[in-house]
Structure formats: C-alpha cells, structure tokens
Design a protein around this ligand. Structure first.
Ligand SMILES: [Zn+2]
Length: 237
C-alpha cells in the first residue's frame, strides 16, 4: 500500500506541470512552450500576454531523481568494471598455472593431447575477452598503456603468489637465495604463457571496438531523445 502510494507520488511528480507565474501579468505560464536561449541554452518562456521572458523552473523532485539516476548508473558501471577485471585476472592466473603445469608434465613425459587442447581453448577464450575488455573498458587511456599495465599487474601477482607459495613450503626451500631464485624462475616462466595471451588478445580488439561503438550509439540515442523532448517544449526539463 505504501509502495503504491510512493509510486503514485513519483508518477505525479514526474508528470506534473510546475506552476509558473509570469512576473509581469501573473498569467500561469506552465502550459507555454519553452525555447532555448541560443547563448546560454537556458529554457526561456515568453509570456504570450505581456511578452516578459523568464527561465523555466524545474521541479526539485525531478532534478534530484535525475541526479540519483546518474549516480546509480555510475556506481553500477564501476562495480561492473571491477567484477570483469577481477574475473579476468583470476582466469589469466588459472591459465598461466595450467600452462606451467603442462610444461612440467611435458618435461616428465606425461603430456596428453586432451590437456593441450583444453589449455589451448582456455588461452583462446581468456585472450579474446582480455583484448575486448582492454579495448572497451579502458578506452580512456592509450591502448599500449592498458596492455603494458595489465601485463605488469599479472606479472606482479604471479611473483607474489610464487613467493608466498615457496615460502609456505617451509623446510624445502633451504635459504633466502633459493627462495629468490625460485620465485624469479617461476615468474619468468609465467611470462611465456602471459606473452601468448597478450599477443592473442589483439584478436579481441575488433570485439571491443564493436562493444564501444554500440555503447556510444546507445548514449547518443538517449541524448537525441532528450533534445527532442526539450525541442517539443516539454514543461519538465
Ligand atoms: Zn505576462
């Protein structure tokens, strides 16, 4: 019941025409079409009776509603970006771990064809999504910086995981030098599958550009719709 009342109030406030009295002759200008002032782009209402011009008033409820919608959209985009980044980092680390395990299996002669096919498919999928995301999600920075930054982040994470894992082995790593050498060897070995992922990620660029242009077209469409509504002289701006 309360929700119904609140919804009713919302619809009323979204659609109601704010009372707008002319300063010159006290005529209600609520139904008079607003025109855009060419210099400051302010919505001007010219009184048909006395010719006095004043700026259209906007309902405070409406402006707050638009502001909260904008904040909501920004927060949702931020959360989405972080979730995608986190998922991609985890997937890349899993693929690197898989490649290193396969390399070890090859060394001891236990490499199977099925394992190679699985790893190849995983690397392909992760690479294309990475390329698309670096193109569409980080379009505000130069592509090479996004590529380098991403590689550096993954290398640092691999190094940290290797260092912690070797440290957790305890007695099996005899001294500090062995620990540093072990960490460096694992990190350097991880750069091979990471390099492959980053090269294959170039194939994801067209997909990223497609997502970007679809998003831009959507935003342009929304702005066009707003402009049309303003041009119609709607009393709610
Ligand atoms: Zn007037």
């Amino acid at each position: 019941m309360l929700t119904g009342t609140a919804l009713g109030a919302l619809v009323w406030a979204r659609s109601m025409t704010i009372a707008h009295v002319c300063f010159g002759c006290a005529r209600d200008l609520a139904g008079v079409r607003a025109v855009r002032d060419p210099h400051y782009a302010l919505p001007l209402v010219i009184c048909p009776d006395c010719g006095k011009a004043c700026v259209r008033q906007t309902h405070p409820f409406h402006t707050r509603w638009i502001a909260s919608l904008r904040i909501g959209t920004a927060v949702t985009a931020l959360i989405f970006q972080n979730v995608v980044a986190l998922t991609l980092i985890c997937s890349t680390l899993v693929v690197i771990a898989g490649a290193l395990t396969l390399g070890y299996a090859a060394m001891i002669g236990e490499l199977t064809r099925q394992a190679m096919i699985n790893l190849g498919m995983s690397i392909g999928a992760v690479s294309i999504v990475t390329g698309a995301w670096l193109t569409a999600g980080l379009s505000h920075i130069p592509w090479w910086r996004a590529w380098l930054g991403w590689m550096l982040l993954v290398v640092v994470l691999v190094g940290l995981i290797a260092a912690v894992s070797l440290g957790a082995l305890g007695g099996r790593v005899p001294d500090l030098v062995s620990w540093i050498v072990g960490t460096s060897v694992i990190t350097a070995a991880a750069c091979v599958p990471l390099g492959i992922v980053m090269v294959l990620a170039l194939a994801g660029i067209p997909l990223g550009k497609l997502i970007l242009s679809a998003h831009r077209a959507f935003v342009r469409g929304r702005f066009r719709w707003r402009r049309r509504r303003r041009a119609l002289g709607a009393t709610l701006l």
